[in-house]
Design a protein around this ligand. Structure first.
Ligand code: FES
Ligand SMILES: [Fe+2]
Length: 328
């Protein structure tokens, strides 16, 4: 994991009022719940009394109640009641649950993975997705580390093979470039812009990234660290993915299809067809990517890379720099 980042971990509607829900994210068992005002709390799913999962407990007013001996905790993780000691007794300060800083935006729940900060960086997303766009979400589980799933969405060499029957039609096997540019609007913002130039192989030599002209059109793909990506299909259509880390060997993909059709029935129809197409393409990727070994990507894996893999190299280098705490 890259430390000190906002990670998309869930969609807001996965945590409803009135019921705690348990998940595994970043290799940790967490419980998410809302108090009576809808205020979200994400905390370690472990009662400090005797180790029971709070997610199988219930809510009592603005507190979560452990199912084992009824201890209650508020949204800050502080114990407010130990029934066996009587409701007038003050629970010890040590009876406290680890909570995570969270934010809700764009229909997602973001979790801060790292040291608490005085000032947090902006939440990673794409400002080009305007408020008047609507979306449909599909979730899909991949049995691999989230870094492998991300790299697959930066891999332009695989298109005519994995996606021969869909987006890779036309046998454009020759990879010119691709061109990857890093961008940062402020501290803590790390964006990769990617342009593709695949074409049919007529015996010509592919151009290296350094031989490509400066791109004048908008990028085809964008990835914002640590875990969101968009395919800019058209100004009114986007496919996005949040690569949510479950643990070292499992990832939950949150695939969204964005469009601007708002008429009620048409909206569902367009969203449904777009999402289905997304899923078909993504399943073509999943079948192959989950076989990669090791399941997690890194610098110095010993893979023998080619010029067309350059976006993956850029991603690995930036990721490593961020893990080491080096800002651009
Ligand atoms: S284990 Fe939670 S109250 Fe005892
Ligand atoms: Fe793909």
């Amino acid at each position: 994991m890259i430390p000190n980042q906002w990670y998309v971990i869930l969609e807001s509607n996965e945590v409803k009022k009135g019921k705690p829900v348990g998940f595994t994210r970043m290799g940790e068992k967490i419980v998410a719940w809302r108090d009576s005002k809808g205020q979200l709390s994400v905390m370690s799913d472990l009662c400090p009394h005797r180790g029971v999962a709070l997610s199988v407990g219930k809510l009592n007013g603005d507190c979560i109640q452990c199912p084992f001996h009824g201890f209650e905790y508020d949204t800050s993780g502080a114990c407010t009641l130990i029934p066996a000691n009587g409701h007038n007794a003050e629970p010890p300060k040590a009876m406290h649950i680890k909570t995570y800083p969270t934010r809700e935006e764009h229909g997602f729940i973001y979790l801060w993975w790292g040291e608490p900060q005085k000032e947090y960086p902006p939440l990673p997303w794409f400002e080009s997705i305007s408020e008047d766009m609507v979306y449909t979400t599909l979730r899909d589980h991949w049995k691999c580390h989230y870094s492998r799933a991300i790299e697959n969405q930066l891999d332009v060499v695989h298109l005519p093979f994995i996606h021969q029957s869909t987006i890779g039609r036309g046998n454009r096997t020759l990879v010119n470039g691709p061109v990857t540019k890093e961008e940062s609007k402020c501290k803590g913002d790390n964006l990769l812009n990617l342009w593709t130039y695949n074409e049919s192989d007529n015996g010509q030599k592919p151009k290296k990234p350094s031989e490509m002209p400066e791109p004048t059109r908008r990028p085809s793909l964008q990835f914002r660290f640590p875990n969101v990506w968009q395919n800019w299909i058209a100004d009114t259509i986007r496919a996005t993915i949040a690569f949510v880390p479950i643990d070292d060997e499992n990832t939950m993909m949150y695939l969204r299809y964005y469009h601007t059709t708002r008429t009620p029935i048409l909206r569902q129809l367009v969203g449904g067809i777009g999402s289905l197409a997304n899923l078909v393409i993504e399943r073509q990727d999943r079948r192959v990517v989950i076989t990669q070994r090791p399941t997690r990507s890194d610098l110095g894996l010993g893979e023998i890379l080619i010029s067309g893999d350059s976006p993956i190299v850029v991603y690995r280098k930036r990721r490593q720099a961020l893990i080491e705490g080096k800002e651009k």
